[in-house]
Design a protein around this ligand. Structure first.
Ligand SMILES: [Fe+2]
Ligand SMILES: [Fe+2]
Length: 176
């Protein structure tokens, strides 16, 4: 796709390496895959879904106390969906993403979990729903999904593969 901001460009950016890695690159990649697969059923652009999946936890802060994750601090003070929405938006715009798309992806990051949002009923858009469900699919007991690791060569291979699948989908959808 000419002009498409790719997942590998996002992955390689220092901001992604710093902040997405904090909460687990393997989790981010697998949520990107789940979001890509769910996108079709929800009539959502799979490119936007995969990007939002990859970036959904980019807002995490390190709640460490004496080398241990401090859950109490996390529960009380975490705003990762809010911070993530802003970080994802800034990164995407910097990479040249269309501003409308960057906003949609940013909102999907904001709504991927209600943990930091005011109580109430939210009517999620299909893209927001896809990213929320994709995250739920990859959750493991004891927050294990944040600590799973794969080697970097495999990360890159998986990201490139997903880029290819997205390109394929976009090419096919312009032919029909
Ligand atoms: Fe999250
Ligand atoms: Fe997550």
């Amino acid at each position: 796709m000419v002009g498409r901001v790719t997942l590998i460009e996002i992955y390689e950016h220092a901001i992604t390496q710093k902040y997405v890695r904090r909460s687990g690159m393997a989790h981010a990649i697998s949520v990107a895959y789940h979001a890509f697969r769910l996108a079709e059923n929800y009539g959502v652009n799979p490119d936007w879904a995969a990007k939002a999946g990859l970036l959904h936890d980019i807002g995490h802060y390190e709640w460490y106390q004496d080398g241990e994750w401090d859950y109490e601090q996390y529960r009380n003070h975490d705003i990762h969906p809010i911070k993530g929405a802003e970080r994802a938006h800034k990164l995407l715009v910097r990479l040249g993403e269309d501003r409308k798309v960057a906003k949609e992806i940013s909102l999907a990051v904001l709504f991927h979990t209600e943990s930091a949002l005011p109580e109430g009923e939210y009517k999620l858009t299909p893209l927001q729903m896809v990213v929320h469900l994709a995250d739920e699919k990859d959750k493991q007991p004891g927050d294990g999904h944040h600590y799973r690791n794969i080697d970097r060569q495999k990360e890159i291979r998986l990201i490139k593969q997903l880029d290819q699948q997205i390109n394929q989908f976009l090419i096919e959808s312009t032919m029909t």
